[in-house]
Write a protein that binds this ligand. Sequence first.
Ligand code: NAD
Length: 247
Amino acid sequence: MRLEGKVAIISGGARGMGAAEARIFAREGAKVLIGDLLEAEGTQVEAEINETGGEALFVRLDVTDEQSWQDAVAAAVQRFGKVDILVNNAAILRVQGLEDTTEQIWDEVMDVNAKGTFLGTKSVIAAMRDAGGGSIINISSGAGITGSKRNTAYHASKGAVRIFTKAAAIQYAGENIRVNSVHPGPVQTDMLASSMSVEGGRRPDEIPLGRYGRPEEVANGVLYLASDESSFVTGSELVIDGGRTAE
Ligand code: NAD
Protein backbone atom coordinates (compact mmCIF):
# COMPACT_ATOMS: atom_id res chain seq x y z
CA MET A 1 0.00 0.00 0.00
CA ARG A 2 1.42 3.30 -1.11
CA LEU A 3 0.34 5.40 1.91
CA GLU A 4 0.71 2.79 4.64
CA GLY A 5 1.02 4.44 8.06
CA LYS A 6 0.36 7.97 6.76
CA VAL A 7 -2.22 10.46 8.02
CA ALA A 8 -3.82 12.84 5.51
CA ILE A 9 -6.08 15.88 5.68
CA ILE A 10 -8.17 16.64 2.59
CA SER A 11 -10.09 19.92 2.41
CA GLY A 12 -13.24 19.89 0.32
CA GLY A 13 -13.28 16.10 0.65
CA ALA A 14 -17.07 15.70 0.83
CA ARG A 15 -17.58 15.39 -2.93
CA GLY A 16 -15.89 15.60 -6.33
CA MET A 17 -12.15 15.16 -6.60
CA GLY A 18 -11.61 15.57 -2.84
CA ALA A 19 -13.89 12.60 -2.13
CA ALA A 20 -12.07 10.55 -4.81
CA GLU A 21 -8.77 11.38 -3.11
CA ALA A 22 -10.16 10.40 0.31
CA ARG A 23 -11.29 6.99 -1.03
CA ILE A 24 -8.04 6.27 -2.88
CA PHE A 25 -5.84 7.44 0.02
CA ALA A 26 -7.77 5.20 2.44
CA ARG A 27 -7.51 2.25 0.06
CA GLU A 28 -3.74 2.83 -0.04
CA GLY A 29 -3.49 2.66 3.76
CA ALA A 30 -3.78 6.30 4.90
CA LYS A 31 -5.95 7.48 7.76
CA VAL A 32 -7.94 10.36 6.33
CA LEU A 33 -9.51 13.47 7.84
CA ILE A 34 -12.12 14.90 5.49
CA GLY A 35 -12.80 18.60 6.07
CA ASP A 36 -15.68 20.37 4.34
CA LEU A 37 -18.69 22.63 4.85
CA LEU A 38 -21.01 19.91 3.49
CA GLU A 39 -21.75 17.82 6.59
CA ALA A 40 -24.23 15.33 5.07
CA GLU A 41 -21.99 14.49 2.09
CA GLY A 42 -18.85 14.48 4.25
CA THR A 43 -20.23 12.06 6.85
CA GLN A 44 -21.42 9.82 4.01
CA VAL A 45 -17.88 9.58 2.55
CA GLU A 46 -16.55 9.02 6.08
CA ALA A 47 -19.03 6.15 6.66
CA GLU A 48 -18.33 4.58 3.28
CA ILE A 49 -14.57 4.49 3.97
CA ASN A 50 -15.00 3.16 7.51
CA GLU A 51 -17.41 0.45 6.33
CA THR A 52 -15.00 -0.76 3.66
CA GLY A 53 -11.98 -1.34 5.88
CA GLY A 54 -10.46 2.15 5.84
CA GLU A 55 -10.17 4.81 8.53
CA ALA A 56 -11.75 8.23 8.05
CA LEU A 57 -12.99 11.11 10.17
CA PHE A 58 -15.19 13.95 8.92
CA VAL A 59 -14.94 17.38 10.54
CA ARG A 60 -16.73 20.57 9.55
CA LEU A 61 -14.04 22.84 8.12
CA ASP A 62 -14.34 26.34 6.69
CA VAL A 63 -11.03 26.88 4.90
CA THR A 64 -11.38 30.66 5.14
CA ASP A 65 -11.20 30.53 8.94
CA GLU A 66 -7.85 30.01 10.68
CA GLN A 67 -9.41 28.68 13.91
CA SER A 68 -11.39 26.13 11.90
CA TRP A 69 -8.12 24.90 10.34
CA GLN A 70 -6.42 24.70 13.74
CA ASP A 71 -9.34 22.64 15.07
CA ALA A 72 -9.14 20.28 12.08
CA VAL A 73 -5.39 19.72 12.50
CA ALA A 74 -5.89 19.15 16.25
CA ALA A 75 -8.65 16.61 15.48
CA ALA A 76 -6.36 14.72 13.09
CA VAL A 77 -3.53 14.62 15.64
CA GLN A 78 -5.89 13.58 18.44
CA ARG A 79 -7.55 10.79 16.46
CA PHE A 80 -4.68 9.57 14.27
CA GLY A 81 -1.54 10.77 16.14
CA LYS A 82 0.10 13.00 13.48
CA VAL A 83 -0.26 14.64 10.07
CA ASP A 84 1.90 13.65 7.05
CA ILE A 85 -0.19 14.85 4.09
CA LEU A 86 -2.39 17.86 3.36
CA VAL A 87 -4.41 18.27 0.18
CA ASN A 88 -5.65 21.86 -0.20
CA ASN A 89 -8.50 20.91 -2.53
CA ALA A 90 -11.49 23.05 -1.46
CA ALA A 91 -12.37 25.80 -3.90
CA ILE A 92 -15.24 27.70 -5.47
CA LEU A 93 -15.77 28.83 -9.07
CA ARG A 94 -17.38 32.06 -10.26
CA VAL A 95 -17.68 32.36 -14.03
CA GLN A 96 -17.85 36.16 -14.47
CA GLY A 97 -15.47 37.99 -16.80
CA LEU A 98 -13.50 40.99 -15.60
CA GLU A 99 -16.08 43.79 -15.76
CA ASP A 100 -18.82 41.58 -14.30
CA THR A 101 -16.61 40.57 -11.38
CA THR A 102 -17.81 42.56 -8.38
CA GLU A 103 -15.55 43.25 -5.46
CA GLN A 104 -17.64 40.76 -3.48
CA ILE A 105 -17.12 37.98 -6.05
CA TRP A 106 -13.38 38.70 -6.16
CA ASP A 107 -13.10 38.58 -2.36
CA GLU A 108 -15.18 35.38 -2.03
CA VAL A 109 -13.10 33.51 -4.60
CA MET A 110 -9.75 34.74 -3.32
CA ASP A 111 -10.82 33.96 0.26
CA VAL A 112 -11.69 30.31 -0.36
CA ASN A 113 -9.16 29.42 -3.07
CA ALA A 114 -6.07 31.48 -2.22
CA LYS A 115 -6.43 32.37 1.47
CA GLY A 116 -7.84 28.91 2.24
CA THR A 117 -4.72 27.29 0.76
CA PHE A 118 -2.44 29.65 2.68
CA LEU A 119 -4.26 29.03 5.99
CA GLY A 120 -4.27 25.26 5.51
CA THR A 121 -0.57 25.20 4.78
CA LYS A 122 0.24 27.51 7.69
CA SER A 123 -1.87 25.46 10.12
CA VAL A 124 -0.30 22.12 9.27
CA ILE A 125 3.41 23.04 9.29
CA ALA A 126 3.99 22.51 13.02
CA ALA A 127 2.39 19.05 12.94
CA MET A 128 4.45 18.07 9.87
CA ARG A 129 7.60 19.31 11.58
CA ASP A 130 6.73 17.06 14.54
CA ALA A 131 6.23 14.15 12.11
CA GLY A 132 9.69 14.73 10.57
CA GLY A 133 8.37 16.04 7.25
CA GLY A 134 5.33 15.90 5.02
CA SER A 135 3.74 16.44 1.64
CA ILE A 136 1.37 19.29 0.81
CA ILE A 137 -0.54 19.16 -2.46
CA ASN A 138 -2.27 22.33 -3.59
CA ILE A 139 -5.00 21.87 -6.18
CA SER A 140 -4.62 24.72 -8.64
CA SER A 141 -6.01 24.32 -12.18
CA GLY A 142 -5.20 24.75 -15.84
CA ALA A 143 -6.78 28.11 -15.01
CA GLY A 144 -3.70 28.83 -12.88
CA ILE A 145 -1.49 28.52 -15.98
CA THR A 146 -3.52 29.99 -18.85
CA GLY A 147 -6.25 32.64 -19.09
CA SER A 148 -9.68 32.77 -20.73
CA LYS A 149 -12.47 35.24 -21.38
CA ARG A 150 -14.25 34.43 -18.13
CA ASN A 151 -13.63 33.16 -14.58
CA THR A 152 -11.41 36.19 -13.91
CA ALA A 153 -11.24 35.89 -10.12
CA TYR A 154 -10.85 32.09 -10.38
CA HIS A 155 -7.87 32.45 -12.73
CA ALA A 156 -6.26 34.96 -10.36
CA SER A 157 -6.85 32.72 -7.33
CA LYS A 158 -5.45 29.62 -9.03
CA GLY A 159 -2.40 31.57 -10.22
CA ALA A 160 -1.88 32.62 -6.60
CA VAL A 161 -2.07 28.99 -5.49
CA ARG A 162 0.51 28.02 -8.13
CA ILE A 163 3.19 30.50 -7.05
CA PHE A 164 2.35 30.24 -3.34
CA THR A 165 3.20 26.56 -3.74
CA LYS A 166 6.72 27.37 -4.95
CA ALA A 167 7.28 29.93 -2.16
CA ALA A 168 6.24 27.38 0.48
CA ALA A 169 8.28 24.60 -1.19
CA ILE A 170 11.45 26.69 -1.01
CA GLN A 171 10.78 27.81 2.55
CA TYR A 172 10.23 24.30 3.94
CA ALA A 173 12.45 22.09 1.76
CA GLY A 174 15.07 22.09 4.53
CA GLU A 175 12.51 20.52 6.87
CA ASN A 176 11.57 17.74 4.45
CA ILE A 177 8.14 19.25 3.82
CA ARG A 178 7.40 19.02 0.10
CA VAL A 179 4.84 21.30 -1.55
CA ASN A 180 3.54 20.75 -5.09
CA SER A 181 0.63 21.95 -7.19
CA VAL A 182 -1.75 19.94 -9.36
CA HIS A 183 -3.40 21.47 -12.43
CA PRO A 184 -6.52 19.59 -13.54
CA GLY A 185 -8.32 20.37 -16.76
CA PRO A 186 -12.11 19.96 -16.99
CA VAL A 187 -13.09 17.03 -14.74
CA GLN A 188 -16.61 15.66 -14.27
CA THR A 189 -17.76 17.08 -10.94
CA ASP A 190 -20.44 19.44 -9.65
CA MET A 191 -18.04 22.34 -10.23
CA LEU A 192 -17.70 21.49 -13.92
CA ALA A 193 -21.49 21.12 -14.21
CA SER A 194 -21.95 24.62 -12.79
CA SER A 195 -19.33 25.97 -15.20
CA MET A 196 -20.96 24.27 -18.21
CA SER A 197 -24.39 25.63 -17.25
CA VAL A 198 -23.08 29.06 -18.29
CA GLU A 199 -22.14 29.86 -21.89
CA GLY A 200 -18.44 29.68 -22.73
CA GLY A 201 -17.52 26.44 -20.93
CA ARG A 202 -15.05 24.15 -22.67
CA ARG A 203 -16.72 21.28 -24.55
CA PRO A 204 -15.19 17.78 -24.49
CA ASP A 205 -14.30 18.00 -28.20
CA GLU A 206 -12.14 21.05 -27.42
CA ILE A 207 -9.85 18.91 -25.26
CA PRO A 208 -7.06 17.06 -27.16
CA LEU A 209 -7.96 13.68 -25.61
CA GLY A 210 -11.57 14.35 -26.64
CA ARG A 211 -13.28 14.02 -23.26
CA TYR A 212 -13.54 15.35 -19.73
CA GLY A 213 -11.41 13.80 -17.00
CA ARG A 214 -12.70 11.60 -14.20
CA PRO A 215 -12.06 12.54 -10.54
CA GLU A 216 -9.98 9.35 -10.07
CA GLU A 217 -7.62 10.41 -12.85
CA VAL A 218 -6.66 13.49 -10.85
CA ALA A 219 -6.69 11.63 -7.52
CA ASN A 220 -4.09 9.18 -8.86
CA GLY A 221 -1.71 12.08 -9.56
CA VAL A 222 -2.35 13.52 -6.10
CA LEU A 223 -1.63 10.04 -4.67
CA TYR A 224 1.80 10.04 -6.36
CA LEU A 225 2.67 13.44 -4.86
CA ALA A 226 1.39 12.37 -1.43
CA SER A 227 3.43 9.17 -1.41
CA ASP A 228 7.15 8.67 -0.87
CA GLU A 229 7.44 7.77 -4.57
CA SER A 230 7.71 11.54 -5.19
CA SER A 231 10.37 12.06 -2.48
CA PHE A 232 12.59 14.23 -4.75
CA VAL A 233 9.67 16.32 -6.09
CA THR A 234 8.92 19.73 -4.61
CA GLY A 235 7.78 23.08 -6.00
CA SER A 236 6.60 21.33 -9.15
CA GLU A 237 3.41 21.46 -11.22
CA LEU A 238 1.61 18.28 -12.23
CA VAL A 239 -0.72 18.97 -15.15
CA ILE A 240 -3.59 16.47 -15.58
CA ASP A 241 -5.74 17.97 -18.29
CA GLY A 242 -6.08 15.74 -21.35
CA GLY A 243 -3.59 17.95 -23.18
CA ARG A 244 -5.51 21.21 -22.86
CA THR A 245 -2.67 23.49 -21.75
CA ALA A 246 -0.26 21.90 -24.27
CA GLU A 247 -2.18 23.56 -27.13
P1 NAD B 1 -16.58 20.51 -6.12
O1 NAD B 1 -17.32 21.80 -6.14
O2 NAD B 1 -17.26 19.26 -6.49
O3 NAD B 1 -15.88 20.29 -4.69
C1 NAD B 1 -15.31 21.34 -3.97
C2 NAD B 1 -15.51 21.05 -2.50
O4 NAD B 1 -14.95 22.18 -1.75
C3 NAD B 1 -16.99 20.95 -2.10
O5 NAD B 1 -17.19 19.78 -1.34
C4 NAD B 1 -17.22 22.21 -1.28
O6 NAD B 1 -18.21 22.07 -0.28
C5 NAD B 1 -15.84 22.45 -0.70
N1 NAD B 1 -15.70 23.83 -0.21
C6 NAD B 1 -16.03 24.99 -0.86
N2 NAD B 1 -15.81 26.04 -0.06
C7 NAD B 1 -15.33 25.56 1.12
C8 NAD B 1 -14.92 26.16 2.34
N3 NAD B 1 -14.98 27.50 2.52
N4 NAD B 1 -14.45 25.36 3.32
C9 NAD B 1 -14.40 24.01 3.15
N5 NAD B 1 -14.79 23.38 2.03
C10 NAD B 1 -15.25 24.16 1.02
O7 NAD B 1 -15.30 20.77 -7.07
P2 NAD B 1 -14.20 19.80 -7.72
O8 NAD B 1 -14.40 19.89 -9.18
O9 NAD B 1 -14.14 18.48 -7.04
O10 NAD B 1 -12.90 20.66 -7.40
C11 NAD B 1 -11.83 20.19 -6.59
C12 NAD B 1 -10.62 21.06 -6.87
O11 NAD B 1 -10.22 20.92 -8.25
C13 NAD B 1 -10.87 22.56 -6.68
O12 NAD B 1 -9.70 23.15 -6.15
C14 NAD B 1 -11.10 23.06 -8.10
O13 NAD B 1 -10.84 24.45 -8.23
C15 NAD B 1 -10.13 22.20 -8.86
N6 NAD B 1 -10.38 22.07 -10.28
C16 NAD B 1 -11.56 21.55 -10.74
C17 NAD B 1 -11.73 21.38 -12.10
C18 NAD B 1 -12.98 20.75 -12.67
O14 NAD B 1 -13.16 20.78 -13.90
N7 NAD B 1 -13.84 20.16 -11.89
C19 NAD B 1 -10.75 21.79 -12.99
C20 NAD B 1 -9.58 22.34 -12.50
C21 NAD B 1 -9.40 22.47 -11.13
